[in-house]
Ligand binder design. Structure first.
Ligand code: PMP
Length: 456
């Protein structure tokens, strides 16, 4: 065993996701040691409330013994089963059936992946199969939204609408197109819900017309844009976008990697918006982050078209760990916990969180408080009237995160100066209140930052 400390070993060997490699070497790692409920503890003994459920995934909270038992039992009985050669495992089949029972409409066929990026990738490939099976191989263009996030696979990163995921990778590809974000706080049409809905549906129809409807395969959308800064479109927006797609024979794909499994209140945000997507991608809350798993759901007509089109031929798409039995066993238990009070608690705590954060709206740095369920954000500005974003010189992404960490809460701090909140659904009232109190302190400390003062 190496005599070097964990931070040294980390610096020398472990590559971190979405990180400045050199910046991380200089800053060093914070090592998490243990967690329980909504509390996490690092190796220095610093205890925090996890206000971001890890990476918006540990929806059940940590230390749920029944999940540990479900995983352990499955590890003992059958730790692996391939889905190739017509084989399968009981938890995978039961999880697929349980999910199908709960998804909106006839979104009943499920392909399991390892996470969100490969769920998006799989959806893209199934969409190609679908259009080819219909005899429309030229219907291969895909539209998504600026500020959207659909993972960082080689192809999927092109659907993502955040430039940091494009630079140097040759994406977006020539079949990947974007329309503007509905972003109510910064929409050129203003904040009127109907004006935003009209602008977005028009942008989508115009883009489809420009490309030719006979060439447009699918439209990908998050019900709430997560990584783009928790951007919450008005009620009715998702349905209007789905109807626009339907009118032009374009598949509507809801990327619910963040929004599913109680994050916005119900099991699926699409259902809440009265939308049945043609395909839906999920991950994160599916297994509450305890083990990796994602999934693509498809409606009956999508599945049947692919199945009939392929006939006796192989649909050439697959992963060694698709429908992994341990992940599936965890997924079944996580689903049981959601329905055994966690969704309900999450809804109550979500209201408390948003009310608490709204209470900070008068702070000089708070431009907007927004959210839905246990998903919320505060957008910081240096001038409320002009909605001026925090200056890059104040390093909002790093400094806001560090202040929150020091004060005792894990929050997401986007470089755009947006603080993101996505606590576990198991949070107590005291934990929610602590998140809000600490946020107030973070805002006050930020107000004292010389780089912020200079910009005000
Ligand atoms: N889609 C959305 C909407 C996401 O938020 C994410 C991850 N944050 C992904 C896809 C990619 O998921 P993963 O990181 O599990 O690959």
């Amino acid at each position: 065993m190496s005599m070097n400390s964990l931070p040294e070993l980390d610096r020398d060997h472990l590559i971190h996701p979405v990180t400045s490699f050199r910046g991380h070497e200089a800053a060093g790692v914070r090592v998490l040691r243990s967690a329980n409920g909504a509390r996490i503890t690092d190796t220095e003994g610093h205890e925090l409330v996890d206000g971001f459920a890890g990476l918006w995934c540990v929806n059940t909270g940590y230390g749920q013994e029944s999940i540990v038992e479900a995983a352990t039992e499955q590890l003992r009985r059958l730790p692996y089963a391939t889905g190739y050669f017509g084989l399968g495992s009981e938890p995978a089949i039961r999880l697929a059936a349980s999910l199908a029972e709960r998804t909106p409409g006839d979104l009943d066929h499920i392909y399991f992946t390892l996470g969100g990026s490969d769920a998006v990738d799989s959806a893209l490939r199934f969409i190609r199969y679908f259009q080819q099976a219909r005899g429309m191989p030229g219907k291969d263009q895909v539209i998504s939204i600026e500020k959207g996030y659909h993972g960082s696979s080689t192809v999927g990163a092109g659907l993502t609408g955040l430039p940091a995921f494009h630079e140097g990778f040759g994406v977006p590809l020539d079949w990947q197109h974007k329309i503007p974000s509905p972003y109510p706080y910064r929409n050129p049409v203003g904040e009127d819900p109907q004006a935003i809905i009209d602008a977005s549906t028009r942008a989508l129809s115009d883009k489809i017309a420009e490309l030719g409807a006979e060439r447009v395969a699918a439209f990908f959308v998050e019900p709430i844009q997560g990584s783009g800064g928790v951007i919450v479109p008005p009620k009715g927006w998702l349905k209007a976008m789905a109807e626009t797609c339907r009118a032009h024979d374009v598949l509507f794909v809801a990327d619910e990697v963040i929004t599913a499994f109680g994050r916005t209140g119900p099991l699926f945000a699409s259902a809440d918006e009265d939308v049945i997507p043609d395909l839906m991608t999920v991950a994160k809350g599916l297994t509450s982050g305890y083990v990796p798993m994602g999934a693509v759901f498809m409606r009956e007509h999508v599945y049947a078209t692919i199945a009939d089109g392929a006939g006796s031929h192989t649909v050439g798409h697959g992963h060694t760990y698709s429908a992994h039995p341990v992940s599936a066993a965890v997924g079944l238990e996580v689903l049981r916990l959601y329905e055994d009070g966690l969704l309900e608690n999450g809804r109550r705590m979500g209201t408390r969180l948003l009310d608490g954060l709204q209470g900070l709206a008068a702070h000089p740095l708070v431009g907007e408080v927004r959210g839905k369920g246990m998903l919320a954000a505060i957008e910081l500005v240096t001038d409320k009237a002009a909605r001026t974003p925090l200056p890059a010189a104040a390093e909002p992404g790093q400094r806001l995160f560090d202040r929150a960490w020091e004060e005792g809460v894990l929050l997401r701090a986007f470089p755009s100066g947006v603080l993101g909140f996505a606590p576990p659904l198991c949070c107590t009232e005291a934990e929610i209140d602590r998140i809000v109190e600490i946020t107030a302190r973070v805002l006050d400390r930020t107000l004292e930052d010389p780089d912020i003062r200079q910009a005000m």
